[in-house]
Every structure is written in C-alpha cells, then in structure tokens.
Design a protein. Sequence first.
Length: 368
Amino acid sequence: LKRSFIREILEHTNSNTISFAGGLPDPSLFPTKELKECTKKVFEDTSSLQYGNSMGYLPLRNHIAQFYTKKGFPTSKDNILITTGSQQALDIICRYYSGSTITIERPSYLGALNIFKLNNMLIQTVKLTKNGIDINLLKKSIKNSKLTYLIPDFQNPSSICYTKFNRLEVAKLLDSSNTILIEDSPYSQLYFETQQKPISWLLEDKSYHIGSFSKILSPSLRVGWIRANKKLLEPLVAYKEAMDLHTSVITQKIIYEYLKDAQTLELHLNKLRVKYKEKMLYFSKELDCYLPSFSYEKPKGGMFIYGALENIDTSKFLQKCLQNGVVYVPGIEFGGEYNEIRFNFTNNSLQDITKGLKRIKKSLEETI
Ligand SMILES: Cc1ncc(COP(=O)(O)O)c(C=O)c1O
C-alpha cells in the first residue's frame, strides 16, 4: 500500500511553498461565524458529549433524507447512514464487499484506490472521455464486476462531469447487469451553471450514493453519509460499529443546527459557486499566460483543473517545482498519463495562484 502522495509531498514543503496539490476548500469562505454560533448552542446540551447512535444523529438523518426527497428521490431516515467523512463511507462499503472485483474510472480518486487495495479488491479500470465514462468499455468490464465506483460530478482528478446522455446510458447498462453502483459525489453541489441528476436516482435498488459536508461546509467536521435502500444499507451498520461505533455527535449536531434554517446552506452554496467560478476563471487566465503549453478544458464545477504538459514527465518535473516552492499532483498518481497534472484552484489566494504559476514557468524554463 502506497502512502497518500499528497500527504507525503506536503511533508516536504515549507511555509513558503505554494500548494496546488490538496483538494482543499477556500478557507476564507468557511462559514466560521455561523458555525461558531451553532457550536455554542450544541454545547448547551450535555447529551452532545454522550455516545450516540450507530446510524447517526436522527434529526440530521431526517434532514438529509428530506433533501433527497425534495429533489425527487424519495428517501427516509432508514436509507441514511452517517459516516465519518465520505472516506469512511467508501471504506465501510468496501470492507463489506472485501475481495470483490470493482470497475473504476481511469484516472480516479487516490484515496479510493488505497481503500480498494486495502480490501483486496480486484481493480478494473475504464477510461474516461470528455462526456463521461466510455460505455463500450464499461459494458465489457462490468460483466465480471460486483461493484462499479464512479464520481460523475466534477470528477476527482479530471473534473469531468458526465453528460445527461452518458448518465442514462450508464444507468441502463448497470440496471441490466449484476453490478452495484457506488456513486461518490462530494462535488455535486459545486456546479457553476447547471446540476445533473445523480445516476443513483435511476438505480434505486442497486446503488450506494455517497455524500459529504467536507467540500460544502468544512472538511474538519468529518461528516459524510451513505444513501441506499434498506437491504443494501442494513448489513453495513455492523461494519460502521466495528470501525468507530458512531460518528462524532458534536459535529453532527453542529451541522444539524447549521441546516435548520433552510436558507442558510443555499445562500452559502450560491456564494461558493460564484467565488469558485471566479477563481477557476482566474486560474485559467494565468495558466494560459504563464504555461501556454498546458492543454486542458475549463471545468464546469468542482475544485480541480486537469490537463497535460506536452512531453514533460510531470513526476520528475515535480522535484524541480518543489525546489522552486510550488507543488501539484502528477496525473500518474491517479492512474492518468505521465504528462498530466491536477491543479487545485480553490485553496490559494489570487496572488498565490499567480506566484505559484510563475514558479512553475520558471521551473519549466530551467528544465527545457
Ligand atoms: C471523490 C472523493 N471522494 C471522497 C473524498 C473524501 O472526502 P471526505 O472524507 O472529506 O468526505 C474526497 C476528498 O477529496 C474525494 O475527492
């Protein structure tokens, strides 16, 4: 098992290094004041410090269930299992299906790859296209796959968002197969213009839909969830209990307090969408100016810009960049091509985005 590349590289950076590596939100946009008030309220009740239910804090489960129902996917609290981040959601599912064959996108999320390996799963990859997953290759791969793991909304690392047509095709294909879908969607609310319907909506009895508050509120709260039908969800509870008994009651309650007023989250999400789009456009403009040989497509949401530097081995080139005080993640770490790069555009200030890209330009001039 390899350590997380991002976490390892961050250990070699110093306070002057500009990092485009992690999938970190913009800290200036955390709703700090509101979360502080919610926290104060939560501590007024001593039960917040007590053990909680394995399935999660009931009012929060109800709230998440209503969120799905309002969007047109009827859901009750019995369909929701709260997890310690969506990372744990994936781990719980994969422990249950340990040793199975799983079809995944290529490239795919680094943190998921480690979970699959740790659970002795046999990984089969299917290449992504700019419209989503390659349907013909998916058809071949799922013939002997128990599970299919997809990130259809602003995928990590590629930022690809599956088209409506591609989603329908995937749903049709999976519906007529024996494979179960794991749809991981931490970025689905971070769209710039339009939102697509999740594939799980069309596969009610054959899907796990995974959500998270990490990218829309704060990752340190460590709250995510799994939405599935009762038959699929119930066996997972024993695994959750074995792992950590339950997710922190304090952070679940803080989130519930925050969500109580229906408008609060919506206003916050609207702000994130506007600000992240501005940042993405700024990053793209600076990329075109300082790294014109970097080819990419502007994302329609999410947190990453993914592309390729012509004829550059981006893993080797990273050492040079590190010396010059800037880091990113080479595409190869996600199962991508040797010359690809994933940039996070949300975390840095505009000044640091420019500074970091100038450092990459300098590194390129010193390499060629
Ligand atoms: C696709 C994907 N899934 C899951 C996670 C884990 O997120 P968390 O555990 O913070 O909810 C991430 C984090 O970057 C991610 O990109």
